[in-house]
Ligand binder design. Structure first.
Ligand SMILES: Nc1ncnc2c1ncn2[C@@H]1O[C@H](COP(=O)(O)OP(=O)(O)OP(=O)(O)O)[C@@H](O)[C@H]1O
Length: 250
């Protein structure tokens, strides 16, 4: 593990241009084509992150809190390299393990085994690494021969077992997580929680976006509050939660 694993964000913003349904409709395009109104409609700009400055160093376990739509998932996606900032600079050093966006990489028609590889590559593992851990991953799922069947035949609990087993067989210096601890049935949940604790303990850096205050208190050593895409408070868990709970009037 590189001791210099870090995340540095300077003035990072992410915006999404969004066309309204009306502007995107065939009818509207047809009317535009048939009339003199040939000018393309101007998209509405959604600002998901706005001028984010953040320094995270090895040993930091950072909770991201905020109301729905505050920008938590967008920030995780930026850190994982899924979204590129529309403005600002980002410097992430260390291997990221992305334990969110649960369905990314899966193919309903492919078998469980094939999906182990697909999902592994999506979360940042190398092909050789997944190959080397295939048996271990399969055993962790406890799905046995069902791993030879296409994913569309799986129940949601079986699917979660697969997702979890792949995710936790891969090492990451920087673990990016949102709240998805409650996987599967009671017995698997216990096993999953133990495995997750191991991963978090091994990681140099944890970034956890969550609404689960107990999870935050037991896992993190600092926090940031996001409000409408901006960091409004950064500090200890107590400081940030006090402000968050005050603002949320919980
Ligand atoms: N692909 C997208 N296109 C347009 N707007 C988006 C897109 N992704 C996110 N947004 C907008 O960006 C803002 C932040 O969304 P984000 O998903 O990061 O919030 P969040 O804090 O994770 O919310 P939640 O707690 O509900 O999961 C919201 O206003 C959302 O509507």
């Amino acid at each position: 593990m590189s001791p210099q694993a870090h995340i540095i964000l300077r003035n990072v913003s992410v915006t999404f241009p969004v066309l309204s349904f009306r502007d995107r409709s065939l009818r509207s395009r047809f009317v535009r084509a048939m009339t003199l109104r040939r000018k393309a409609p101007r998209p509405h700009i959604v600002t998901a992150l706005n001028g984010i400055d953040l320094d995270v160093r090895a040993g930091d376990r950072v909770a991201i809190v905020g109301a729905n739509g505050a920008g938590k998932t967008t920030l995780l996606r930026v850190l994982a390299g899924i979204y590129h900032p529309t403005a600002g600079n980002i410097d992430v050093l260390g291997r990221c393990l992305s334990l969110f966006d649960l369905s990314a990489g899966f193919d309903e028609e492919a078998t469980g085994y094939e999906n182990i590889m697909r999902r592994g590559l999506v979360i940042g593992a190398r092909r050789t690494e997944i190959d080397a851990r295939r048996v271990e991953i399969a055993e962790f799922t406890e799905l046995g021969d069902r791993l030879d069947l296409p994913l569309r035949t799986y129940s949601s609990g079986m699917m979660l077992r697969l997702i979890f087993a792949v995710a936790t067989a891969v090492e990451g210096e920087i673990v990016l997580l949102d709240e998805w601890i409650g996987v599967g049935d009671q017995q698997f949940r216990k096993k999953a929680r133990l495995r997750l604790d191991e991963i978090v303990a091994r990681a140099g850096i944890l970034v956890l976006a969550s609404h689960d205050l107990d999870l935050i208190k037991s896992t993190c050593n600092r926090a940031i509050l996001l409000e409408e895409g901006r960091i409004t408070v950064s500090g200890t868990i107590e400081e940030v939660l006090a402000r968050y709970l005050g603002a949320a009037k919980v």
